[in-house]
Write a protein that binds this ligand. Structure first.
Ligand SMILES: NC(=O)c1ccc[n+]([C@@H]2O[C@H](COP(=O)([O-])OP(=O)(O)OC[C@H]3O[C@@H](n4cnc5c(N)ncnc54)[C@H](OP(=O)(O)O)[C@@H]3O)[C@@H](O)[C@H]2O)c1
Length: 316
């Protein structure tokens, strides 16, 4: 099969479209023909090697995590799925697979059925970005109707899903984004929008029940004065200082600091499918490209020139 691969960590020039063996479904796994993949910042972070401390993909590695497609084979002991069924999900890139490939093989806990109402590009856009928003706002923050939330990166894939979810919960939303995206962030549900180029929310007088730092643009010490006494700060880029801040916050206050790491499972994917089918979450598709354009797309993502999801059409 064809896949977008790299042998060494580095910039986007290490990527090339190559021929590689089709992965087979082991016990408890399904083999899926990928129809659409979607790109996330974690793909270029893994490729560049900056996440080495969290784990190194086995090389040669295939880039990409998220996909939508249909099942082509069932491994032993797989129940509840059939060949031909449309599914979507997220591969574990540390296990030697990637979604910018014609086929993937993975455990059924990393997939869910794709409802007919969802296009391939919408289904492929959900797992990492919208999954991060859903897990952060509901499972971790327990966001409730009437609470106030500030969301950084509100125009990005994670942040926009968070704005849409917070709107459905009935929270009062402040979104932080760049100048070009103010109207978009307001249109998806933010009551207030702060342009990070002209204003600094960390120096305002407002206080929020939840600060979801999807852009990982602040620190707990900067966000702390802007939290209510029981407020929670969630940052999507875990690093040692955040874990230490989390310990100190627990010991000395009722505030919480949470370094976030996504844990994908079938239940989370099923919740995402339902929310997208109900159009609570509507991913913003920036563009649909093919394998040959993945390297240049990752380059533009790294440069902050992409607003929304880049999807990769996979022709078999
Ligand atoms: N830890 C985890 O498990 C996990 C899971 C998923 C994602 N993430 C991380 O979450 C981050 C966001 O992912 P994404 O897919 O949403 O990326 P994205 O689509 O590229 O969005 C990034 C957003 O950040 C905004 N931004 C840039 N500088 C900012 C600032 N100073 N203040 C506020 N917003 C700012 C951009 O706004 P404009 O475009 O309007 O300028 C853009 O909306 C990435 O770093 C990703 O790696 C982590």
């Amino acid at each position: 099969m064809q896949a977008v691969m790299y042998d060494h960590f580095g910039d986007a020039s290490v990527l090339s479209v190559r021929e590689v063996a089709v992965p087979q479904a082991a016990r408890g796994q399904v083999q899926v023909r990928v129809r659409m993949a979607s790109l996330n910042p974690v793909d270029f972070k893994l490729r560049s090697g900056i996440l080495r401390l969290l784990g190194r993909p086995k090389r040669p590695a295939i880039t990409g995590k998220d996909f939508a497609g249909d099942i082509t084979a069932l491994g032993a002991e797989v129940q509840g799925y059939r060949v031909g069924q449309r599914v979507f999900g997220s591969v574990d890139p540390l296990g030697g697979q990637g979604s910018c490939a014609q086929f993937v093989a993975l455990a059924t806990d990393l997939i869910a059925p794709a409802p007919d109402a969802l296009s391939d590009e919408v289904a492929a856009s959900l797992p990492v970005a919208s999954g991060t928003a859903l897990q952060s706002l509901t499972d971790i923050a327990g966001l409730r109707h009437g609470q106030s939330i500030l969301i950084t990166g509100a125009s990005g894939a994670v942040g926009a899903s968070a704005v849409q979810l917070a709107r459905s919960i009935g929270a009062r939303i402040t979104g932080v984004c760049g100048t070009a995206n103010i109207d978009y962030v307001r249109s998806i549900g933010a009551e207030h929008v702060i342009d990070y180029n002209t204003a600094n929310w960390q120096q305002s007088d407002e206080r929020y029940d939840v600060i979801f730092d999807a852009a990982a643009a602040a620190s707990f010490s900067a966000a702390k004065p802007r939290l209510t006494p029981n407020g929670i700060y969630i940052n999507t880029m875990p690093r040692p200082a955040l874990y230490w801040a989390a310990v100190v916050a627990r010991a000395t206050s009722r505030q919480r600091c949470v370094p976030f790491l996504l844990k994908t499972d079938a239940a989370l994917l099923q919740r995402l499918a339902k929310l997208a089918a109900e159009r609570v979450i509507v991913p913003r598709i920036h563009e649909i490209i093919d394998f040959a354009q993945v390297a240049s797309a990752q380059r533009r993502m790294q440069e902050g020139k992409v607003h929304g999801k880049v999807c990769v059409r996979v022709d078999v």
